[in-house]
Unconditional design. Structure first.
Length: 561
């Protein structure tokens, strides 16, 4: 990266920089946090735009009956710097004032957060709960993030070349960029065309139904159209207005978050005229945040990695003792599973074979650590957690750690021996907890979905369930049966015997796993590709345009298939 770098403003609904700034729900936010930390470390001209969620996503605890319940304390945030800037947005007929905070203490990543909770009843609700509320709440939040975000950048006097929309939530930023240009005298079509040169977009949702849509009438009523006509809005996002399609039509280049997701996403949107090409840039994780220091130096110096691994495992065991009053044994194979309790992640899958699992637990061959939050309104997800919690009451070697956060994630991805990942294919766009585990030599036992197939080598740096049995997996039920059979086969025939009887082989696999993660799964590699495949492309296209070229169809965007 030698030539002048484009200056990037990155928009995201959530950021997982630290548990001291709890404004995230899961993988999307952690990705955004890891990205900003990496940007700052590499001294890249990148700023983040987000929202200060006063009540967070949820503080989720486990009730007596094992069913999770949610608390929404008003967080007291430290380390926020008052920029003394506030911007105004229109929401449903009212002027909304957004205060702009600056966050710069978390490994120095620069992040600006908008906040409407200023003691004004007509607007306080907007930025309180991340992903809380119904349709109108969500649209109001997205107006603040997108339109308010661009206005904040202007008020801060920041010179930006490229606007990067991380997921469709921030798509209204494009409408503000169009409005600005129309105010300068351009027609709607000209303004749209110029705006496209400045926007790149990352899509995260591999299932069509999972992409956010809003009734166009509702958007007009909420004033999300930002002065555009209903007809113009329809041209951009259709009716119902699809946030992903709109983002694809407002950007010049898009990316999916793993190679496999790239194929899925291209197929999913190929019927959309005038959509940006979708390339694939696999997510990555921030090494400084997720890799244990002692594991890192042992790996780098070629010294014993088992000792630092055991230390990390004992830290996790101490935490389990403190929180759940359960004693785990550092000499017993420990498998971790932690992620949002969404149904497709199949958190309860392996408990469908208690006839195999029960005896293993009773003989003390295995310990299981679970964690994860469900969306507060997701009853199905909460039932999954309840089921796991209730099973854990029968077995002292299963625990569920409540209120999953970055601290728990770090303890688990460093302190388990193996990491289980069994989402329903092809629902996991990327997944990143397994990358963090891999960085610490915690071996992935995983289906091939998201990033896994492009990095993990079966029996070398982890285990791929798809390679265990020779069968074709098709329907949902097949996947359950297949994955259960494959999991228990690999557990009984390989994972357990190798762990207990061939420590040298296990350690060699740990080293392969760390090597794979360093080579392929870091956020540094990801950001490098963002520059190569998104930002520089857009930047060149924009300058090409500014230099007076009449058409932009000539410009070749990279779109590897
Ligand atoms: C890494 C991480 C996630 C994302 O994990 P996935 O495997 O992508 O589901 C979610 N929450 C926290 C706290 C994390 O650290």
């Amino acid at each position: 990266m030698d030539k002048k770098l484009p200056k990037v403003a990155y928009f995201c609904m959530e950021y997982g920089l630290s548990d001291n700034l709890p404004i995230f729900s899961g993988g999307l936010g952690i990705l955004a946090g890891d990205y900003l930390k990496t940007a700052k470390e590499l001294e890249l001209p990148i700023v983040g735009i987000g929202i200060l969620w006063r009540k967070d996503y949820t503080t989720q605890l486990i009730g007596e009956d094992g069913y999770p319940y949610d608390l929404y304390p008003n967080h007291q945030f430290q380390n926020l710097i008052d920029t003394n800037i506030s911007v105004k947005c229109r929401v449903r007929g009212t002027d909304i004032y957004c205060k702009v905070w600056k966050v710069e203490n978390y490994r120095n990543a620069v992040l600006y957060l908008l906040d409407t909770d200023l003691g004004r009843p007509e607007q306080d609700w907007i930025t309180q709960k991340l992903y809380g509320g119904a349709d109108q709440d969500r649209v109001a939040q997205e107006i603040i993030l997108g339109i308010g975000g661009i206005r904040a950048l202007r008020a801060l006097n920041l010179d930006i070349d490229i606007y990067h929309l991380n997921e469709g939530h921030a798509v209204f930023a494009g409408l503000e960029l169009i409005r600005e240009k129309m105010e300068d005298g351009f027609t709607f079509e000209e303004a749209w065309e110029k705006t496209r040169k400045e926007i790149v977009f990352t899509t995260h949702t591999p299932v069509e139904a999972g992409n956010e849509t809003h009734d166009l009438g509702l958007l007009m009523y909420m004033e999300a159209n930002n002065g555009l006509s209903e007809q113009q809005m329809r041209q951009i996002g259709g009716n119902p207005f699809n946030m992903t399609i709109a983002a694809l039509r407002l950007s010049c280049q898009a990316n999916a978050v793993s190679q496999l997701h790239g194929e899925t996403a291209r197929k999913m949107w190929e019927h959309i005229p005038d959509a940006a090409p979708i390339t694939a840039i696999t997510n990555g994780v921030h090494v400084g945040t997720w890799q244990d220091n002692k594991i890192r130096s042992a790996y780098e110096t070629g010294t014993d990695i088992w000792q630092p691994h055991l230390e990390a495992k004992k830290r996790l065991i101490e935490y389990i003792k403190e929180k759940n009053q359960v004693s785990f044994d550092p000499d017993v194979l420990t498998i971790g599973f932690a992620r949002r309790a969404a149904a497709y992640k199949r958190g309860g899958l392996i408990f469908k074979r208690m006839d195999i699992l029960g005896p293993l637990l009773e003989q003390g061959r295995l310990q299981l650590v679970y964690s994860g939050k469900a969306h507060p309104n997701d009853h199905t997800g909460k039932k999954i957690i309840q089921e796991i919690v209730n099973i854990s009451k029968q077995y002292p070697n299963i625990v569920f750690l409540e209120n999953y956060n970055m601290e728990i994630a770090a303890l688990m991805v460093q302190g388990c021996d193996a990491w289980l990942n069994n989402p329903l294919r092809p629902m996991e766009a990327s997944g990143t907890s397994g990358m963090k585990a891999a960085l610490n030599g915690v071996l992935n036992i995983s289906v091939i979905d998201g990033w896994v197939g492009e990095a993990v080598r079966h029996r070398e740096s982890g285990w791929l369930l798809d390679k265990v049995l020779n069968k074709n997996v098709t329907s949902t039920e097949d996947q359950d049966n297949y994955d259960l059979e494959a999991f228990y086969q690999v557990l009984l025939k390989e994972v357990i015997p190798i762990y207990y009887n061939d420590r040298e082989r296990w350690i060699n696999m740990m080293k392969s796993s760390i090597k794979m993660a360093i080579e392929k799964l870091t956020s540094q590699r990801m950001i490098d590709q963002y520059y190569q495949l998104l930002y520089n492309k857009a930047y060149e296209a924009k300058n090409y345009f500014l230099a007076g070229a009449e058409t932009f169809g000539k410009f070749d965007f990279i779109n590897p298939s």
